[in-house]
Every structure is written in structure tokens, then in C-alpha cells.
Design a binder for this molecule. Structure first.
Ligand code: RET
Length: 235
């Protein structure tokens, strides 16, 4: 996350001023993640220790809250950077960001009580299902409503946005799978490791990799606009 932050800061000036907002939001996302991963790392070290060949709990609980606070901030920002880089009509931008943010916040808030409850509890299942409803709505807005606004984009940009939407579908799909790990894997320690590795890998793909694609869109738009400037000037 730190390396991604440095990279996005260094790349910022390669992008036209009008597209820098999207790249700046990407930097903020990885900065928020860098902070939370340091906290997650420390919380993990406080919770577990290596004794006689295996890890045991030290007594302090591992705090999953850092991850959820991170998502609460970064998921709406990730969705906003996707909409902002497209430079749609103001009203469309506002309406898409509002709908996507509300869905993202509802999804994360509803997931948290489930995340905190026991692996085999019905609370975990119920909140998992409740959280999936706004997730499905979010995908509907991305695939159907955002799709309608793509006709004014260049072929190249439309291709990347299409790819990005499928990337969201697949990578974001890892989160609910990691969430159900404790319910389907009986060994508690293995389940916990699978869940944390799943969330962390998905985060690396959903934040820095996603940001690279947003940067690519901003660079293409910068080039396209630079190419069309002399024509406009001579017209
Ligand atoms: C939860 C609870 C179980 C049901 C669903 C979930 C979805 C989580 C998602 C999280 C995405 C996070 C991202 C973070 C990047 O910064 C909350 C695990 C559907 C989709 C993209």
C-alpha cells in the first residue's frame, strides 16, 4: 500500500489537471489502507504468539474492526474514483456516487455484526445475507445504470471500464467467500488464516490494482484531449 501510494503520487503530474482528482482519490485510498494494515499487523502480533511449533492466542482479541473501518472509507472512495474519472454529466455523477456509496456503506455496516459473531451462529448467516442485498444492488447500478452512461466514452476507455466492472465482480466476490470461511472450515486457526489471507489479497487487487486501471483511464483521456486540442484551436 505504501509503494502504491508513492507510485500514485509520482504519477499524478503525468495526468491532465482535470483528471487528477481520480488519481488523488486513489492515493487517499492506499494511504487509508496503509494506516489500517499497520494497525491490523500490530493487533495480530498482540493477539497471537508462537510457542512450541504452533501459534497460540495471548488473550488479547484480534480486532477485525480496523478492516471494516477501512472498507467503510475506501469502498465509497473506490466507487467514486471510477465514476469521477469518466467525467459524466454532473447530475449523473452525483446520482451514481450517491447510490453506490449508500449501497457500499449498508453492505459493510450489515456485514460487521455477522463478522463478530460465532462461526456457526444464525446471526452470522442472517447478517451475511442482509449485507449481500446492498452488494447485489451495487452491482446492478454498476452494470446497468453506469452502462447506460458509457456511450460517450472512447472505445479504449469503454473497454477498460468493462474490464473493471468484471474485475469488481470477481475480486469483490472474494470478500463474501472469505467471510464464510469460518462457517465451512472446521479447524478454527486454519479458517482464521484463510479469512485474513483472502481479505488481504482481495484488498491488494481492489485498491492498488484497481487504482492502476483508473490511472490508465486518466492517462488515455489526457492523451486523447491533448491530441484534440490543436484541432479545436484551429477550428
Ligand atoms: C461482507 C459480509 C458478507 C456479505 C458481503 C460482504 C461484502 C464485502 C465486500 C467488501 C469489499 C471491500 C473492498 C475493499 C477495498 O478497499 C461485508 C464480507 C457481500 C464486497 C472492495
Amino acid at each position: 500500500m505504501g509503494a502504491a501510494l508513492l507510485f500514485f503520487i509520482l504519477m499524478r503530474n503525468q495526468v491532465a489537471r482535470s483528471h487528477q482528482t481520480a488519481v488523488n482519490i486513489t492515493s487517499v485510498v492506499v494511504l487509508i489502507a496503509l494506516y489500517h494494515y499497520l494497525r491490523i499487523f500490530n493487533s495480530w502480533s498482540d493477539a497471537f504468539t508462537f510457542v512450541d511449533g504452533s501459534y497460540i492466542q495471548k488473550g488479547a482479541p484480534f480486532n477485525e474492526g480496523y478492516r471494516y473501518v477501512d472498507w467503510l472509507l475506501t469502498v465509497p472512495l473506490l466507487l467514486a474514483e471510477l465514476v469521477i474519472v469518466l467525467k459524466l454529466a454532473k447530475s449523473t455523477t452525483r446520482s451514481l456516487i450517491t447510490k453506490l456509496s449508500i449501497a457500499a456503506i449498508a453492505m459493510i455496516l450489515l456485514g460487521y455484526p455477522g463478522e463478530l459473531s460465532a462461526a456457526d451462529s444464525s446471526t452470522r448467516t442472517i447478517f451475511g445475507i442482509l449485507s449481500t442485498l446492498p452488494f447485489l444492488y451495487l452491482l446492478f447500478v454498476l452494470f446497468v445504470e453506469l452502462g447506460k452512461s458509457l456511450d460517450r466514452q472512447s472505445d479504449q476507455v469503454r473497454k477498460i471500464v468493462n474490464g473493471l466492472r468484471f474485475m469488481i465482480l470477481i475480486i469483490w466476490g472474494v470478500y463474501p467467500l472469505a467471510y464464510i470461511a469460518p462457517s465451512v472450515i472446521s479447524d478454527e486457526a486454519t479458517a482464521e488464516v484463510v479469512r485474513q489471507v483472502g481479505y488481504s489479497l482481495a484488498d491488494i487487487l481492489a485498491k492498488p490494482l484497481f487504482g492502476l486501471f483508473i490511472l490508465a483511464i486518466a492517462l488515455i483521456k489526457t492523451q486523447d484531449e491533448a491530441g484534440s486540442l490543436p484541432e479545436t484551436a484551429s477550428a
